[in-house]
Write a protein that binds this ligand. Structure first.
Ligand code: VG1
Ligand code: CO
Length: 544
């Protein structure tokens, strides 16, 4: 067993996006591709001799192979200790919790999140820093710089390590500690929520739920927490066995991809609560019988009711949402008299606010919600929050949502995704809009008058770093918004996302169909951008 140095050539496309580097499995399998990127992470860390890391992934195709390569490279780069989830499994929030609990220096998470998996689909690598959260932009830019000029990487010439049995193993001078992937995370959930109360709800026989793990990483977590610790019926967790290709589906918890759950929740025998999580366990979808809670509304409900739950009884220091997320939580913050921050898309932008204690909770419209217990969004956490809320209020999901709208008004919301469109055309469309922004201010479309149109720029209040070009905002005088941005997680062409929002406070207009309320805004967006012509699409690929 010895260290070898392999000569390599840089790839020009190893720039991390919204959440790590995501590419086709076939790309990661190219000779030296994964190795170059991992070496670039180690080069960014600098002296590795004092770095203890976590390592795990969502179990998708290529996870196990990648873990062995990374272990051998970590040992060759002088890392003294690395903690690996059993079988190479760690959900993204569980990895964040592990880094924080064991005070590690960071972690490597292998996942392409909600993107499909399998030999023909996607894989991803993400680096998280010592606070447990995604590396900030200045760190990922350094990784990219190193990856762009890399000439060699180091790796051990050794046998594979047994990652399936809990225990400690030596790889040259490095200790590999294989730990239970679920226990620490489940223990933390037990501290944050009132498990006795939730247990009593399940035991009452008056309440049932369905959790769709979508054959992704949350299966074992949900079975342990919901079925074993909270006493839910044994078949509460659907699709609970993680599969390398997620059973051939998109592990994306939304109305389009979690079809089986949605059908169940719309059937006559619907359980009282329906929920789902994504490939790596950081997203969540919440449903009641016949009702879908938009992630933006879910964030607002969670913030408004946090004081009812043990982990948040002392209230919230502040809240934050990504810019395209609806402004429902802003209304809650206003009433609570706390700060509400607006950040660019991507969880990495919440890290500084959480670390500085400025916010306790935050969320994104893309089915992400979380709190200061971790530095990642956390799917099961949000599900447990809703369960605890139903148990504490003794009210249905639907009643909780309706009462919230009565008090705060409703932010009608939806998102159109145009996936895998021509990249140049999509970039041109956004640029055209930027060029048009000055003329658009003041323009009227029926009842809608544009107040401003700008390109969102974020200045971090903690470290003063500035992030430009974070999405085009078209803001109307009645508070409605249209937001456009290009995705930073896709692996084919470009994906254009358009977000529509309209606030309604008239108590007679809280139960309308969102499509009907938002239709005028959708038409305005099509008219202003000419997207159907420019992208050669007459329909979005997904509506959420
Ligand atoms: C998407 C979402 C964003 C989320 C990111 C990572 O990014 O819009 O809100 O933080 O995915 O989530 P983009 O750039 O494609 O819009 V996950 O669960 O895919 O790690
Ligand atoms: Co995810």
């Amino acid at each position: 067993m010895h260290t070898i140095e392999i000569q390599t050539q840089a790839f020009s496309d190893q720039k991390p996006g919204t959440s790590g580097l995501r590419k086709k499995v076939k790309t990661f399998q190219l000779e030296h591709y994964l190795e170059n990127f991992i070496q670039a992470i180690f080069n960014t860390l600098g002296d590795c001799s004092n770095q203890t890391l976590a390592l795990g992934g969502d179990g998708r195709y290529f996870n196990r192979e990648a873990i062995q390569i990374i272990l051998k490279m970590a040992a060759a780069n002088g890392i003294p200790r690395i903690i690996v989830g059993q079988g190479g499994i760690l959900s993204t929030p569980a990895a964040s919790v592990l880094i924080r609990k064991c005070k590690l220096d960071g972690g490597i998470i292998l996942s392409a999140s909600h993107n499909p998996g399998g030999p023909e689909d996607d894989f991803g690598v993400k680096f998280n820093i010592a606070n447990g959260g995604p590396a900030p932009e200045k760190f990922t830019e350094q990784i990219f710089s190193h990856a762009s000029v890399i000439k060699a990487y180091k790796i051990m010439d050794s046998d594979d390590i047994d990652i399936d049995t809990i225990g400690e193993y030596a790889l040259q001078d490095m200790i590999v500690e294989v730990v239970d992937s679920v226990a620490d995370y489940a223990d933390l959930m037990e501290q944050l929520f009132d498990f006795d109360r939730i247990k009593a709800l399940f035991e009452s026989g008056m309440f049932t739920m369905a959790f769709d793990a979508m054959h992704a990483v949350t299966g074992p977590y949900a079975k342990e927490i919901l079925e074993r610790r909270l006493g839910a019926e044994p078949d509460t967790v659907m699709n609970g066995v993680p599969l390398v290709d997620f059973g051939g589906h998109h592990p994306d918890p939304n109305l389009a991809h979690a079809k089986q759950l949605v059908e169940k929740m719309n059937s006559a025998s619907a359980p009282d609560l329906g929920a789902a999580s994504d490939g790596d366990g950081d997203r969540n979808m919440i449903l009641g019988p016949g009702i879908f809670i938009t992630p933006s509304d879910s964030l607002a409900v969670i913030a408004a009711n946090a004081h009812l739950l043990p982990g948040y009884a002392s209230g919230l220091s502040g809240v934050a949402r990504s810019m395209p997320t609806s402004m429902a939580v802003d209304k809650v913050a206003e009433r609570l008299g706390i700060e509400c921050y607006e950040t660019p898309t991507g969880w990495k932008f919440f890290g500084n606010l959480l670390d500085a204690g400025r916010i306790t909770m935050c969320g994104e419209e893309s089915f992400g919600t979380g709190s200061d217990h971790a530095r990642e969004k956390d799917g099961l956490w949000a599900v447990l929050f809703w369960l605890n809320l139903v148990a504490a209020k003794q009210k249905s999901v639907e009643t909780i949502m309706h009462e919230h709208w009565q008090l705060y008004g409703r932010n009608y919301y939806c998102r159109y995704d145009y996936e895998a469109v021509d990249k140049t055309a999509a970039e041109q469309l956004v640029q055209d809009l930027r060029d048009q922004s000055a003329q658009l201010a003041g323009a009227s479309y029926g009842d809608y008058r544009i107040m401003t149109c700008d390109d969102f720029r974020y200045s971090d209040p903690i470290d003063n770093s500035v992030s430009e070009h974070q999405g085009i905002r078209i803001l109307f005088s009645n508070g409605a918004r249209i937001i456009l941005r290009l995705s930073g997680t896709g692996t084919v062409g470009a994906t254009l996302r358009i977000y529509f929002e309209r606030y309604e406070s008239d108590s007679e207009r809280l139960d309308r169909d969102a499509d009907e309320i938002l239709q005028p805004l959708i038409e305005i967006a099509k008219q202003i951008t000419q997207l159907e012509k420019k992208l050669d699409r007459d329909q979005p690929s997904v509506i959420t």
